[in-house]
Write a protein that binds this ligand. Structure first.
Ligand code: HAM
Length: 412
């Protein structure tokens, strides 16, 4: 038997109702806040992610589904299934001159992403993200708006209790100074770091702070290292940007905490970074990750444009939300006359009712049995009903049966 690939999942049956509900809420909340939907392709030029996400990141180094198409007479350029969607949205922003419109330009999206990771609970190779990207506003009001959109959406799906963890990475200069002092401080301990961190030390030293390895954690606790890690290193302008943001979050009553070790795993961030986590998710605890990326549009060939956004993992959201009961069928028609049944089903469906019937023309009792499993009401259309022009409607929860004389009463 051919099975679904490791780290991928079919979503159907009862589960799909909850997914649809999550998406309906996303659409409502983001569109109320004037984000419009954007759909970008699932594959893009590999270079977009190598430059955009950063070639020192795990995503680009180890996790991309990259392939090239064709032989001599075909397009042989390298393409990649998108591991995330910020780079794709930025590409579209530049390609369609969206930057010429008056800011802010605000988008939301939903779709599958692909990362070749070791599958485990909360970590898949094909997963889905709901995200938001806002362009054109450098003021921290934009960071606050974006965080508010994330919190409001989580509230709409019953997850209003989750706290936002946030940090500021500063501008490229602050980030660079911090990176150098971390490298300097960790130099004497280089041999004690885990293999991943040894690599990060050269390529992406800030990512070392994210390491969960016990030995590495012990090193971070050494007083001389701790002092460097926790030092306030950002310049005055970046520090003011961050304080102003915290002020907005306070006045919006958004619960947050500062996590100075939060650096995020993608290279494009500067200043604000944030995550929303839930302990109910176990080791893959982040349901949402985002931040500011003021340099990305220019780096990918556009005009310098400040930007901020986030993405949430829908599979992780799904494990956290209360599950929706699948919508039961309104009427299951039980009848011996398939022509009348099909006509009646059509009329009822035209009136927005959820209706089904037996297409195999099975016995009355079999039809009734099926109705009681799937529907709220059995709509009985037997010989008497057809001859005399009425309907019998049986409430399948209470067992009560009533005579209904007109079609209009059926659709009330
Ligand atoms: P990210 O932190 O890589 O950020 O992913 C965002 C969210 O996607 C995570 O918090 C998690 O819920 C979900 N996620 C990531 N990888 C997996 C996986 N393998 N399986 C299941 N869920 C996963 C980004 O992707 C950035 N583009 C977010 C962003 C938008 N920053 C600014 N704008």
């Amino acid at each position: 038997m051919i099975k679904a690939q490791r780290g991928t999942k079919d979503i159907f049956g009862d589960e799909i109702y909850t997914w649809q509900w999550i998406l309906d809420n996303a659409k409502k909340v983001f569109q109320n806040a004037c984000f419009s939907e954007i759909k970008t392709p699932i594959f893009e030029a590999t270079e977009l992610f190598a430059r955009g996400v950063g070639d020192s990141t795990d995503i680009v180094n180890k996790e991309m589904y990259t392939f090239s198409v064709g032989g001599a007479d075909k397009d042989s350029s390298s393409i990649t299934l998108r591991p995330e969607n910020t780079a794709g949205v930025v590409r579209a922003f530049i390609e369609h001159n969206i930057f010429r419109q008056s800011p802010p330009q605000k988008f939301w999206y939903f779709g599958p992403m692909f990362r070749y990771e070791r599958p485990q609970a909360g970590r898949q190779r094909q997963f889905h993200q709901i995200g938001v990207e806002m362009f054109g506003i450098k003021e921290p009001t934009a960071d606050a708006e974006v965080i508010l959109a994330a919190v409001n959406f989580l509230k709409s799906v019953g997850l209003g209790d989750l706290e936002v963890e946030l940090n500021t990475l500063g501008c490229p200069k602050c980030k660079n100074d911090y990176r150098n002092s971390i490298k300097e401080a960790l130099k004497p301990h280089l041999n004690e770091l885990c293999d991943d961190c040894k690599m990060r030390y050269e390529k992406n030293p800030l990512r070392i702070l994210d390491c969960k390895n016990e030995n590495c954690q012990k090193i971070f606790e050494l007083p001389e290292i701790k002092e460097i890690i926790y030092k306030d290193y950002v310049c005055e302008e970046c520090s003011n940007h961050f304080s102003e943001l915290l002020g907005y979050l306070d006045s919006l009553n958004i619960k947050y905490s500062r996590n100075k070790l939060l650096v995020r795993g993608l290279d494009y961030y500067n200043r604000t970074v944030f995550e929303i986590k839930s302990s109910a998710l176990g080791s893959q605890s982040a349901v949402c990750g985002g931040g500011r990326y003021d340099g990305l549009v220019e780096m990918l060939g556009g005009q310098a444009t400040p930007a901020v956004g986030f993405a949430m993992g829908v599979e992780r959201l799904y494990t956290l939300v209360d599950k929706i009961n699948p919508k039961k069928i309104d009427y299951y028609i039980v009848s011996t006359d398939i022509n009348e049944t099909m006509k009646l089903a059509q009329k009822l469906r035209d009136n927005n009712l959820v209706v089904d019937f037996d297409m195999q023309k099975r016995k009355f009792s079999k039809q009734l049995e099926k109705a009681s499993k799937v529907a709220k009401y059995a709509l009985i259309l037997g010989e008497d009903e057809i001859k005399e022009g009425f309907y019998s409607v049986k409430n399948l929860e209470t067992g009560e049966q009533v005579k209904v004389n007109s079609f209009n009463e059926l659709i009330k």
